[in-house]
Design a protein around this ligand. Structure first.
Ligand code: PEP
Length: 251
């Protein structure tokens, strides 16, 4: 049985008072939900404050990115060890905005995943095709390349702490959600690729989240698909009520 994960990616939003208002509003709305692994991913500067605020609640803390070195002369970077120190249990790696605006490649994503797992973090590993790639019918090739590149050199055991997030780039922040069938097809393909690489025991246990304009009114249909195990939520996670409605969708 795969425990669903609903993760909120706060992107570059929320100062400390705003982040505390959001998380303090969220806590009472999800306090009784033990069915779902609930994760929020604020900016680095508010991690420690949010960690204090979520103490004793079912909400876990993620960062949105990290560097692969533990420490050193790497100005401006933050290491997985430092994320653990700030209270994170999870980290998002390879988000399409990082790939698009900050030059992340499958190779750098792979280094970040390995470093994060070595530090004990659970990785939310993002993959997904652009609109041009979908229109050129390259979706499955892109997903396979990103998967194989990101997971290269990892053992089946390590995959227990990897959660894959399928996020079609054309659906992120656009209000365009993949249809339930489009999402299910991609998820089933991803599970098949993981099964081919690691065997079905690993792929059956792998949580695969959908991301791309998930809202309270579309979560139920997505979650009814057999290979969709949760959601990575951007815009709708910036409001306590809408994020809680997504978390509590079947409760
Ligand atoms: C995201 O940031 O990963 C995301 C899916 O954003 P949105 O829900 O706003 O499309």
């Amino acid at each position: 049985m795969r425990k669903p994960v609903i993760a909120g990616n706060w992107k570059l939003y929320k100062t400390t008072p705003e982040a505390l208002e959001l998380v303090n509003g969220l806590k009472p709305l999800v306090v009784n939900n033990s069915r779902v692994e609930i994760v929020v991913a604020p900016v680095f500067t508010v991690l420690a404050s949010v960690k204090q605020a979520i103490a004793g609640s079912p909400v876990s803390l993620a960062a949105q990115n990290c560097y692969w070195e533990e420490e050193g002369a790497f100005t401006g970077e933050v290491s997985p060890k430092m994320l653990v120190d700030a209270g994170c249990t999870h980290v998002i790696i390879g988000h399409s905005e990082r790939r698009q605006y900050f030059g992340e490649t499958d190779a750098t994503v792979n280094k970040k995943i390995k470093a994060s797992l070595n530090a004990g973090l659970t990785v939310l590993f993002c993959i997904g095709e652009t609109l041009a790639e979908r229109e050129a019918e390259q979706t499955l090739d892109v997903l396979k390349t990103q998967l194989c590149g990101g997971l290269e050199g990892l053992s089946g055991e390590q995959l227990a702490k990897v959660v894959i997030a399928y996020e079609p780039v054309w659906a992120i922040g656009t209000g365009k959600t993949a249809t339930n069938d489009q999402a299910q097809d991609a998820h089933s393909f991803i599970r098949g690729v993981v099964g081919g690489l690691y065997g079905t025991a690993v792929s059956d246990a792998m949580r695969i989240l959908y991301g791309g304009s998930v809202k309270p009114d579309n979560i139920k249909g997505l979650m009814a698909q057999p290979d969709i195990d949760g959601a990575l939520v951007g815009g709708a996670s910036l409001n306590a009520e809408s994020f809680a409605a997504i978390v509590n969708h079947q409760a």
